[in-house]
Design a protein around this ligand. Structure first.
Ligand code: SF4
Length: 308
């Protein structure tokens, strides 16, 4: 929960989450929708999916007991090598090396390692160094100290080398290259995509659609999507058998994913006639309060708050 999110924001989420799922069995037994609901607003929903999937694996394969060694922990959904090592070191005292973003920076500077730390060859070298430095005893204290060094002294900008306990043999400091290491990520251009989302309104309710279980915003509730140049009225006729009038085009919203940029073009749609039939699976007409209580992608939530 804390990744990319401030502690003050997370605390109420954490408390609600633990109240609903006091242990790993409760989490594993819950429907993923309930987990997403309690995560809604934190973003990065893949983490919630992973947490739930990991709980299921722990219950199914390990009788509900959290595995105790880094190698096994790293096989759980959503837990990478460094996180697994941190858990094993802090919780079970295993001599396992961590290598998160902060630690990569400290080691790259201290050992004078060139190249972008995310590049496979550079990362492999940093893992070697991280493992070679592990102390025989006090792994928890050592790991915490390494993380704190990266978070407080050896920061990305404005490093405090004068206060640093490992300054005397730090290659970057001795060579005057602290500002140059580690090398930045090579520039890359992210592709962009654009999509139209339909704000279908009918008798004080709005239509939400559940997104597929895989892909972006997996399993969340969102607005129905169409191609940017689609004829909205014709699309609604063909897809929902509904009679609608395409309305105002709203201000586009930019949203960045890791691999591409998405421009969302919302458009209001007035429903003149909607077929009377049981709600199709994956579609829901919701009031404002119910819609905002659902697990929504962050930009769609912001849009609905602004509109209503
Ligand atoms: S001396 Fe400076 S650059 Fe080197 S590890 Fe310490 S804070 Fe980082």
């Amino acid at each position: 929960m804390l990744q990319q999110t401030q502690v003050a924001t997370v605390v109420p989420y954490y408390e609600r989450f633990l109240n609903a799922f006091p242990d790993v069995s409760a989490l594993a037994a819950a429907p993923v929708d309930r987990v997403l609901e309690l995560w809604s607003g934190l973003g990065y929903y893949r983490r919630a999916h992973h947490l739930h999937a990991a709980a299921e694996v722990i219950v199914r394969q390990y009788d509900g007991n959290f595995p105790r060694d880094a190698r096994t922990i790293a096989t759980l959904p959503g837990i990478g090598r460094s996180t697994a090592a941190a858990i094993a070191a802090f919780a079970f005292g295993e001599r396992a090396a961590i290598l998160d973003g902060n630690v990569k920076r400290v080691l790259a500077r201290h050992h004078g390692i060139d190249g972008f730390p995310g590049a496979p060859r550079v990362e492999a070298r940093l893992w070697e160094i991280a493992e070679s430095l592990l102390p025989e005893r006090g792994i928890g204290t050592y790991t915490q100290a390494l993380m704190d060094l990266g978070a407080t002294l050896c920061t990305r900008t404005a490093s405090r080398c004068g206060d640093c306990p490992v300054a005397t043999d730090c290659v970057a400091r001795l060579d005057g290259r602290v500002a140059d290491l580690p090398a930045p990520r090579p520039a890359r251009t992210r592709p962009s995509r654009a999509v139209r989302v339909l704000v279908l309104e009918h008798a004080g309710t709005i239509l939400l659609e559940k997104r597929p279980a895989a892909g972006i915003w997996a399993g969340l509730w969102s607005l129905p999507e169409v191609d940017l140049d689609a004829d909205v009225a014709r699309h609604c006729k063909a897809r929902f058998l509904a009679n609608v009038i395409a309305g105002e085009k709203l201000h586009p919203i930019e949203h960045g994913f890791t691999h591409y940029k998405l421009t969302i073009h919302p458009q209001r749609v007035a429903v003149r006639w909607w077929p009377l039939r049981a709600e199709a699976p994956g579609l829901l007409w919701l009031t404002r309060d119910d819609a905002l209580a659902a697990a929504l992608p962050a930009p769609i939530r912001r849009l609905l708050v602004k509109l209503w």
